[in-house]
Every structure is written in C-alpha cells, then in structure tokens.
Write a protein that binds this ligand. Structure first.
Ligand SMILES: Cc1cc2nc3c(=O)[nH]c(=O)nc-3n(C[C@H](O)[C@H](O)[C@H](O)COP(=O)(O)OP(=O)(O)OC[C@H]3O[C@@H](n4cnc5c(N)ncnc54)[C@H](O)[C@@H]3O)c2cc1C
Length: 446
C-alpha cells in the first residue's frame, strides 16, 4: 500500500491503544455521520502486536487502589465482555490474595467495587482465607495471607489473538493499517500544531495525530519537544522540581512447561488468575535457602497459548529504553537477557509456596524469551491527553493491555464528546497536585 500524502487522523502504533482508538473512532465517526474509517490511517514500524501488547501476560482485572483507575478498568472490562470471541477473552475472574500489611487497602478496594457494582467476594482473616482458597484449589498452602479479594469479572485474553481481532474490526470499518512504517519526525506549524508526520517511507500531512507507541513514547514526546523533567506538586503541598517524566522497568514473566490442565479448580474448571502478595519468608524450592524475607508477589494462570502456567513477579527499574538494550525485547531475536535464572528460581519457588502441585517443577520451566520493558510516567499512572493542539498521547504507564476501553474514550474525546473517565489522567495533574493515591502493594502498577 502506498503512503498517502494526507489523512485526517493518523494513528501511530498498532498495539492495544492504537488499534482500539482506530476501531472506536471509525465507528464513532460513522455513527455520527461525521466520516468513516477511511479517514483513519494506522502506521507501525513493525507489525500488528509487535510491541508490548503482543507479549503481555494479558491479565484483565479491576483490583486497583485508585478510584479513577478502578472506574476506568470497569469500563474496559465491559468492552472485553462485549465480544469475547473476537477479543480472545477468557472471563475466568481474578484473585488478589494479600498479607496483613495490604488488608486495609484491599478492603477499601472491595468496598468501592461494591459501590460501582463490580462483582467481587471479599474474605477476611487467616483461617477463612485458607478455607476459601482450599475450597477452590485443594492443595493451597500459601502462608501469611489474611485477605482474599475474588473478582468475578475479568480474567485474561490471548495477547496477539486479541490484537488481530481488534485490527479486523478496525479494517471492517474501513481503517487502513500500514506496517513497516516508522515515524521519524514531526512537522509543526507556527502555532505549534502538528501539520505532518515524517516517516521512513515519506511525509504524511494530517489533521490529528494519535500516539499509541507503548514503551517508545519518549521518542515521540521528544519529537513534540515536550519536557523530560517536570514539576510535581506533592501531597504535602510542596513542589518537587525536575522530576524525570519517564522511567523504565523490566517486566519479569515466564512459563512453567506443565500441562495447563494441571491447574484446574476442585470442580474441574479453569481457575481465576491468581495474584499473591505476602511478607512470609520465601524459601527455595530447590535447596531450601531463603529467597527473600521481604514483601514479594507473583501472579499466574494456566494458559494454552503460552503452553503451561504463565505469569510473573515484581518488575525492577532499569535505565535503558527498549531500543537501546543489547537485544531488542520486542525484536524477532528477543530477550533471553530480560528474564534470567534468578527470576525462574524465585517464581517457581513461589508457585510451590502457593500450591503443592508445583513443588519440584522448576525442571520444566521454559527457557525461552519472555518479559519486556515498560515505560512508566513520573507517578506511574497513565497520561491520556492532547498536546500541541492536535497530538493525542496515550501513555498508559504499562497498565494498559487490559485497558481496551481507553481507545473508545479517546475517540469520544477527539470527536468533542469529552470523557469524564479520562479527566483524572490529564498531564496537568502533576503541576496541580491532583495525584492518585498509592497503595502498599510491592508492584508499581497497583
Ligand atoms: C511482559 C509484559 C507483560 C504485561 N502484562 C500485562 C497484563 O497482563 N495486563 C495488562 O493490562 N498489561 C500488561 N502489560 C502492559 C501492556 O502490555 C502495555 O501497557 C500495553 O500493551 C501498551 O500498549 P500500547 O498500544 O501503548 O503499546 P504497544 O503494544 O507497545 O504498541 C506500540 C506499537 O507502536 C509501534 N511504534 C513504536 N514507535 C514507533 C514509531 N516511531 N513509528 C511507528 N510505530 C512505532 C511499535 O512497533 C508497537 O507495535 C505487560 C507488559 C509487558 C512488557
């Protein structure tokens, strides 16, 4: 397909946000009689799902301590539920299993889930938590757990299949998707608005740009000459100056190569996605040594797509953006370096800590590329906002595979209908001190 010289809406990135925005914007324009998918072009330097969306674990949950995140996730879950087949979505539910240090935070989440009508069950106390878990999985044995939040909605989706499902929906609305086209620069008019986007295959003039480039967001941010250090008004009312806008974390994930059917509930069903945090000492399942005596967490699910029990553990901060690491984590040769033996040892020991059926299974851990890099904002929450008049940036701070609904809200915002759910995620929150509350979770995304 030739590069057009002009499009009305140019979307950069064929991941969850670029594709969801494309599909919903096309639908929105058609329904309002204001245009169609033919006004929209998606470009991607790789292919569909060649970024974070194509390697994500695919967990869809509502368990967030921040009310604004919870409302946003409830909206996204309803989009996943609207067409589970096309989105390759498995509504098995999700469990947050926590130690006493997180009890109050999770109780608050449970209470607010009730208020917004998001179905969940909340179990409190060590004995009742153990009984509830054993009622579901009879080999449950995790220690140090004093609450269980069981979300009945949510679950997981198959990462690449869902992207292809979205792309098909967008194309059926007339959207064009051009792969192998890398954006290299922005041409701006005297007022600062983007008038054209430069690519390695030519320049495309456009009226509006939507940026959904995942962990590469800083590149486009720099092309738009936006600030890499910002001032943040803290909760104490003091202004913190020159805080870096972007930070990178390495996401630790892997797969235990057992038959996924090994992980069934007592009544033979596919279990919910399990997320466990605890401050109980974690001992090695290999030699009994202490792996950690600090707060730690893991998540896992049986997954036929990954071919085993797939999941991850806490990420760690790194200095390097995705395309500057020794091996491109999103490239075809991918990232043995991202997840090493330390992760496998910790994660497999933690699986055995939780359920007897995983004891001694580290020998079948799959030594294959997994994990990736996430780009986080200054407060680790998303920024969804318009910059330079006509450049809409979707920077999800690595919260975002589950956020399939954000593209719909962005589409509403772009056609002028506004979006109340996106308001708490504007860039101005940093300077104005409208920050989201933070929790006691060991993960930067909870
Ligand atoms: C290992 C891992 C596991 C994760 N698990 C989960 C999970 O279970 N649940 C969850 O909700 N989230 C998860 N996430 C986070 C989630 O994957 C991301 O937040 C989300 O996929 C980002 O979507 P995106 O559309 O912004 O970016 P991406 O999916 O990264 O897509 C961006 C696209 O932009 C293209 N691009 C970049 N720069 C350019 C350019 N200059 N020109 C043209 N194209 C460009 C890329 O090729 C890419 O295809 C995980 C992330 C990782 C790394």
């Amino acid at each position: 397909m030739a590069i057009p010289s002009h499009v009305k809406y140019l979307i950069i990135g064929a991941g969850i946000h670029g594709l969801s925005s494309a599909y919903h914007l096309a639908k929105n324009l058609r329904e309002r009689g204001k245009g169609s998918g033919k006004d929209i072009l998606v470009v991607d330097k790789g292919g569909i799902a060649s970024g974070a969306s194509g390697i994500a674990c695919g967990v869809v949950r509502n368990n967030y301590f921040q009310p604004a995140m919870r409302r946003l996730m409830a909206h996204s879950v309803s989009i996943w539920e609207s067409d589970p087949e096309a989105y390759s979505y498995h509504p098995v539910g999700y469990m947050q299993i926590s130690p006493e240090v997180m009890h109050k935070d999770v109780a608050q989440i449970a209470k607010e889930q009730k208020e917004i009508g998001y179905e969940s069950v909340f179990i409190e106390g060590e004995a009742d938590s153990m009984t509830y878990m054993k009622g579901l999985l009879d080999d449950w044995q995790a220690k140090g757990i004093t609450s269980v939040l069981h979300e009945k909605r949510g679950g997981y989706a198959n990462n690449r299949a869902s992207m292809y499902g979205l792309a098909k929906k967008a194309e059926s609305e007339g959207v064009r998707i051009l792969t192998g086209v890398k954006v290299t620069g922005m041409q701006r008019d005297n007022g600062g608005a983007v008038k054209a986007v430069e690519t390695d295959r030519g320049t495309i003039a456009c009226d509006q740009v939507i940026v959904g480039v995942g962990p590469w967001v800083k590149h486009i941010w720099d092309m738009l000459e936006l600030p890499n250090a910002i001032n943040i008004k803290g909760r104490d009312g003091r202004t913190h100056e020159n805080v870096p806008m972007w930070a990178y974390w390495s996401l630790q994930e892997g797969t235990l190569g057992v038959d996924p059917k090994l992980q069934r509930t007592n009544d033979g069903k596919m279990p919910p996605v399990i997320h466990v945090d605890t401050d109980a000492t974690l001992y090695s399942d290999v030699d009994g040594s202490v792996v950690t005596d600090r707060l730690w967490g893991i998540y896992y699910k049986p997954d036929f797509n990954f071919g085993g029990i797939q999941g991850g553990a806490m990420p760690y901060k790194i200095e390097t953006p995705p395309d500057e690491v020794a091996v491109d984590p999103y490239g075809p040769d991918s990232p043995d370096f991202i997840v090493g033996d330390d992760f496998a040892h910790m994660w497999c020991s933690a699986l055995a800590f939780c359920q007897k059926r995983f004891e001694g299974q580290i020998k079948v851990y799959k030594k294959e590329p997994s994990g990736g890099i996430g780009c986080f904002t200054a407060d680790s929450f998303p920024v969804f906002d318009r910059f330079c008049e006509n450049a809409y940036i979707i920077a999800d701070s690595n919260h975002g595979y589950k956020m399939i609904g954000v593209g719909k809200l962005v589409a509403d915002d772009i056609v002028g209908a506004g979006s109340e759910l996106l308001e708490p995620f504007r860039f101005s929150r940093f300077a104005e001190g409208r920050l989201h509350p933070t929790s006691n979770s060991p993960f930067p995304w909870s």
